[in-house]
Design a protein around this ligand. Sequence first.
Ligand code: GTP
Length: 202
Amino acid sequence: MAKSIGMSHWIAQGSAAEMIYRHAAVIDGEMVHFEILDTAGQEDSLQIEEKIKWGDGFAVVYSVTDRCSFDEVMRLCFLINHLHGSPKRSGAAEQPPVVIVGNKKDLQFDRMVSTQDGENLSKALKIPFYEISTRDSYEEPVAVFSSLYQELLRQGHFSPGSFKRRTVSKLMEKIPKMQASSSLNSAGRSLSFNSFRDYIPE
Ligand SMILES: Nc1nc2c(ncn2[C@@H]2O[C@H](COP(=O)(O)OP(=O)(O)OP(=O)(O)O)[C@@H](O)[C@H]2O)c(=O)[nH]1
């Protein structure tokens, strides 16, 4: 399944083992506290809608080795936009921060979705696109989360008075929470995950 990842603000979709990860990182000198929901498996549409409402930013992740996961991306992006799109003063709708992420690009011989496919979808939906390998790269997944955070900042999400009332339903309260471990890298920045996989339970 394609998944979107909620950051404290963000979300996703997946199987039985659903988890909210708490994670602190310094981005551009700012300490940022993330809550990341890795959604699990097949869910009914009410459940996924509730989780999408909870998130502030979204990484819709597919595997480049799984065409079905790619085919889910458009539906999820439309659903996110439908539930979060807000009209700007100009009248045009402002999209919530969403990125499309093709994971497992290291598995070249198992690839079923080309980079061009990802780029075409990104252009059609006007949503940024990343191809990453959580196995091979630390920086690539970090860039995904940084870009979502930057977009939230740009949209004034963290300005005084902008905090929305968080939808915390009985369903969301049931999802276990986990504190990611913190470490300080050589540049002195606090980074609390070793790879994107720290966000995504096995
Ligand atoms: N080669 C490679 N394997 C990866 C990568 N990312 C994840 N995996 C592996 O793919 C498998 C599935 O990863 P998950 O992160 O559990 O994927 P998922 O979509 O959350 O799985 P479900 O929640 O069960 O749908 C695991 O064995 C991971 O180690 C990657 O970038 N490259």
